[in-house]
Design a protein around this ligand. Structure first.
Ligand code: PLP
Length: 388
């Protein structure tokens, strides 16, 4: 067995692209502040505005509606608020309806009080339950303010694609604001804020091969905007104060340019590798449950439960064999928590599931080695009823 490690946790963080690294290093050497009017400052302003154009292009949006943040979590906290403005007029949002499979960055509800949060259930296939959403919005009390709906385009644990355009059709007649967490979709699906019918998209640099610590809130227009979360010097047109993180923004832009190129071709290659891996897994253990296999998924993710193998034990076993994967989403404490996504899909979350997420740097040799480790781990597991 090779002693080198293989990285199969791209949904947690994708490897830094050489282009992004190069862009960060060049930006590190640039002197000045992008808000300064002198030549040095103007050069940095150009860098930030070019980056804005690159991120806008990735999202099918206008450059003027991209707000740089420290990541997707901050973007979510910026947009998930009852406190909006329509031009100069205050606009009240009464309730946030977020799907039960959202990432904690969204599920926590940003600046909404707990009592103003409602959960949209998902079906056992892990897809947002559209009739349930319709019912929730029909029952919404407009006296409290407009409804806001938050759904992710691609789930980070299962890779399942949500029917966002259909969701937009449901939200629109209720005058609702639609926020779409596109963190795991960027670079894996073609993105267009217009085609999705979303009012806001959330994207993150480190999920597409850029550095950690940069992300963006992307709006459809510039008229309806959330109250700022970070106030101060008025950068980002007053939507997000603080001197721009030009190094990370430069890397983010380089990654955004790559992520937007040839998505279809890249993902069909990645999808073929993932499908081969799943076929090998099923051949080694016919009882493996691959979550979301019957619905539309992005090609880079496989989320599975092996009966008799606890997710935590499985994660360690793969790690000892040199394969980095994860048990659901990365938890800040490093502990394996129960997956709220599995629970929302009606599975017993106690056993948990393991997530393999790959990308364009993954090779057939990596897949073969991962499949061999899977077969070894599956053969060693303790089956229910088997003595210790
Ligand atoms: N949304 C989704 C779907 C994610 O997968 C993640 C990261 O795991 C986030 C939001 C948070 O992103 P960031 O690390 O940029 O705050």
């Amino acid at each position: 067995m090779s002693s080198s490690r293989i990285y199969m946790d791209w949904n947690a963080t994708a490897p830094l692209l050489p282009e992004a690294r190069e862009a960060c290093l060049s930006a590190l050497d640039l002197l000045g502040n992008p808000s300064s009017v002198h030549g040095e400052g103007r050069a940095l302003r150009t860098l930030v505005e070019n980056a804005r154009r690159d991120v806008a292009l990735l999202c099918g949006a206008k450059p003027g509606s991209v707000i740089f943040t420290s990541g997707a979590t901050e973007a979510a906290n910026l947009v998930l608020t009852p406190d909006f403005r329509m031009g100069r007029m205050p606009l009240k949002i009464g309730r946030l309806y977020a799907s039960s499979i959202e990432h904690p960055a969204v599920r926590e509800g940003g600046r909404f009080p707990r009592e103003a949060l409602s959960e949209i259930p998902v079906t056992s296939d892990g897809v947002v339950d559209l009739p349930a959403l319709r019912d929730l919005l029909t029952a919404h009390d407009r006296q409290l303010g407009l409804p806001m709906v938050a759904v992710m385009l691609v789930n980070n644990e299962t890779g399942i694609i949500q029917p966002v355009a259909e969701i937009a059709e449901i939200v629109r007649p209720h005058g609702g604001i639609l926020v779409v967490d596109a963190v795991q979709a960027a670079g894996r699906l073609p993105l267009s804020i217009e085609d999705l019918g979303a009012d806001f998209l959330i994207v993150s640099s480190h999920k597409i091969g850029g550095p950690k610590g940069a992300g963006a809130l992307v709006a459809r227009g510039e008229v309806m905007m959330p109250a700022p979360l970070i106030r101060g010097g008025g950068q980002e047109k007053g939507h997000r104060s603080g001197t721009e993180n030009t190094v990370s923004i430069a890397g983010f832009a380089a990654a955004a340019r790559k992520a937007g190129e040839g998505v279809g071709q890249r993902m069909s290659h990645v999808g073929a590798l993932r499908d081969k891996l799943e076929a090998d897994m099923l051949a080694a253990a016919a009882d493996v449950v691959i979550h979301g296999r019957d619905v539309s998924r992005v090609g880079n993710t496989t989320f599975f439960t092996l009966p008799g193998l606890k997710a935590e034990t499985g994660q360690i076993a793969f790690d000892l064999e040199g394969v980095a994967l994860s048990a659901g989403s990365a938890c800040s404490s490093g502990k394996v928590g129960q997956s709220h996504v599995l629970m929302a899909m009606g599975y017993d979350p106690r056993q948990g599931a393991l997530r393999i997420s790959i990308g364009e740097g993954t090779t057939q040799a990596d897949i073969d080695r991962c499949a061999a480790v899977f077969a070894k781990v599956a053969a060693r597991r303790r089956m229910p009823g088997q003595a210790a």
